[in-house]
Design a binder for this molecule. Structure first.
Ligand SMILES: Cc1cc2nc3c(=O)[nH]c(=O)nc-3n(C[C@H](O)[C@H](O)[C@H](O)COP(=O)(O)OP(=O)(O)OC[C@H]3O[C@@H](n4cnc5c(N)ncnc54)[C@H](O)[C@@H]3O)c2cc1C
Length: 507
């Protein structure tokens, strides 16, 4: 069957787009490098914003104003208004397809307060919100017979002579073969790029910015790449997230002296800087939720307790949790219009890889799950509509020039181990292009990236086998990460003034 809409990524954004495109009556194929239910969306804990006013007064206008304030003038008000107004419908839709949101005593969807929100607005399923959403979307896709193929890695986009997109070049990880997937329109829903910070990130290892790097190579415009959000509460040793819901439910941040030093529910950029400042003074920082009580913690924050026990060897019901601020969310991405259309014809984007101009310089907790549903649906509809007025044909594309790509890669010399370079880049970016940045630190990071790009032909893969060659996939990811790092540091150097998550300190 011929594919009309090809979607790269099976996280919340990709699966939502797939359902919307299918509903519009076109043939949809979803490709993903990992198994769909492992996509990072399943890690989202705290909740999804919608001004339902179920537990106290709230309004869509308050949601809009909170979002705009946190965005520091970098969001598009019309897009924010649209997203916040659609939020109640988005939650209603998820509820209708079976997402098991936590409930109040009187059966309404429960809501909690996350940072920067003027009311309890985040709808949640304990602290497994993303997992419940993703698994329900996946079930729905299966029941609607959406074609989903995993272990397929997007290498590049296929372009016609006129510059429009007509499909994707894919590495089939199972066989090691390159495949050409043709379609009338392509949606990138491939997630963010926080993994450029390597282990100093809460993100899944898949968040390597592949789709953004590929879009850049295809000529698409990127926007706001300097805006990387650092989350205040990553576990100190593993960077695994302790959700903002822990502070939303009443948790405190304290230093080694047991003193509180910030408003725990201020926007994330402010809280992360406050933590950073304390650490520079030699303080250790802890999250304290002991006063919430064991029963409350087990009912509302079961995952947080489990993760802290497993990865930090502390029990939050009785112990302080050691934390640090780590890279968590990337506001920057592929620039799209209000129909999720990129600057390249036939190419759409949604989810964390896209910049819909709703988060600006600092995303509010709970607004990402919202964005992937609201704009995922828009992207699916728009990409489906695009196919109705399209007359592209496969014959216009010349496949031959792509065929020796993998052989070329395998000829790289492998004199430099790219895994150690990946870790070094992560540490360097955390220090130099992190919570606080000085011009000379950023310049140093830029020089390192330029040198590494020159050295790429000396890296390459050690394993030249075909089947499940993870060494090859990780090298392709690293190549993309270097492209992303370059854009991040260039955009950061270009923006001289501090703005939200981009905080520049004079030398
Ligand atoms: C620990 C954690 C907690 C969070 N909690 C919240 C929260 O409570 N509320 C909230 O609003 N937000 C939260 N977020 C943010 C939110 O979860 C993400 O921004 C959102 O889920 C991103 O969805 P997505 O569909 O765009 O991308 P993802 O879910 O990351 O999916 C990306 C998909 O693209 C695929 N892919 C990537 N590269 C390729 C390639 N080269 N080839 C083929 N496929 C590829 C992946 O396999 C995956 O299927 C949290 C994030 C983290 C890390």
């Amino acid at each position: 069957m011929k594919t009309d809409v090809l979607i790269i990524g099976a996280g919340g954004a990709g699966l939502t787009a797939a359902l919307a495109a299918k509903e519009a009556g076109v043939n949809v194929r979803v490709l993903t490098k990992e198994y769909p239910t492992r996509s990072q969306t399943c890690m989202a804990q705290g909740g999804m914003n919608a001004a339902l006013g179920n537990v106290s007064d709230d309004s869509i206008e308050a949601h809009i104003q909170n979002t705009l304030k946190s965005a520091h003038g970098e969001a598009n008000e019309e897009a924010v208004r649209y997203m916040c107004s659609e939020a109640p419908n988005a939650v209603k839709w998820l509820d209708s397809i079976g997402v098991c949101f936590s409930r109040t005593q009187d059966g309404k969807i429960a809501q909690r307060t996350l940072g920067g929100a003027s009311a309890p607005r985040a709808c949640y399923a304990q602290d497994y919100t993303g997992l419940k959403i993703l698994h329900t979307l996946y079930d729905k896709c299966l029941s609607k017979e959406v074609e989903i193929l995993s272990d397929r890695y997007l290498v590049d986009l296929l372009k016609k002579e006129d510059g429009s997109i007509c499909g994707a070049l894919i590495l089939n990880i199972r066989t090691g073969e390159l495949e050409h997937h043709f379609a009338k329109s392509v949606i990138l829903a491939s997630g963010g790029y926080s993994r450029i910070y390597d282990k100093q990130s809460t993100n899944s290892t898949a968040s390597t910015g592949d789709g953004i790097a590929v879009a850049l190579r295809a000529g698409a415009k990127l926007l706001g790449m300097e805006f990387v959000q650092f989350h205040p509460t990553g576990l100190k040793n593993s960077s695994i997230l302790v959700s903002e819901s822990a502070r939303g439910e009443g948790g405190y941040l304290v230093n080694s002296k047991g003193e509180r030093f910030t408003n725990e529910l201020a926007p994330r950029d402010e809280v992360s800087r406050a933590i950073n400042e304390q650490m520079l003074k030699g303080e250790e920082i802890f999250l304290d939720i002991r006063h919430l009580g064991e029963t409350f913690i087990d009912e509302n924050l079961p995952q947080e307790r489990k993760l802290a026990k497993l990865y930090e060897n502390v029990d939050p019901a009785f112990d302080l949790i050691p934390i640090k601020a780590v890279a968590h969310y990337t506001m920057g991405g592929i620039e799209v219009d209000n129909k999720s259309q990129t600057s390249v014809s036939g190419l759409f984007a949604c989810g964390e890889c896209a910049n819909h101009k709703v988060h600006g310089a600092n995303r509010l907790g709970g607004n990402s799950l919202l964005e992937i549903i609201v704009f995922g649906r828009e992207a699916g509809k728009a990409a489906a509509n695009f196919t109705f007025c399209d007359d592209k044909s496969k014959s216009e594309f010349d496949c031959r020039k792509e065929d020796n790509f993998l052989d070329m890669l395998k000829e790289c010399k492998n004199e430099i181990d790219f895994y150690s370079k990946r870790s070094e880049v992560g540490e360097l970016f955390y220090k130099n292009v992190g919570i606080i940045r000085t011009p000379s630190q950023m310049k140093e990071a830029k020089d390192v990236i330029s040198k590494l790009k020159e050295e790429l032909p000396l890296m390459g893969v050690r394993d030249t086998s075909k089947v499940y060659n993870t060494n090859l996939v990780e090298f392709l990811e690293f190549r993309n990460m270097l492209d992303i790092c370059e854009v991040v540091v260039d955009s950061a150097l270009e923006r001289k003034e501090s703005c939200g998550a981009h905080y520049v300190q004079a030398e």
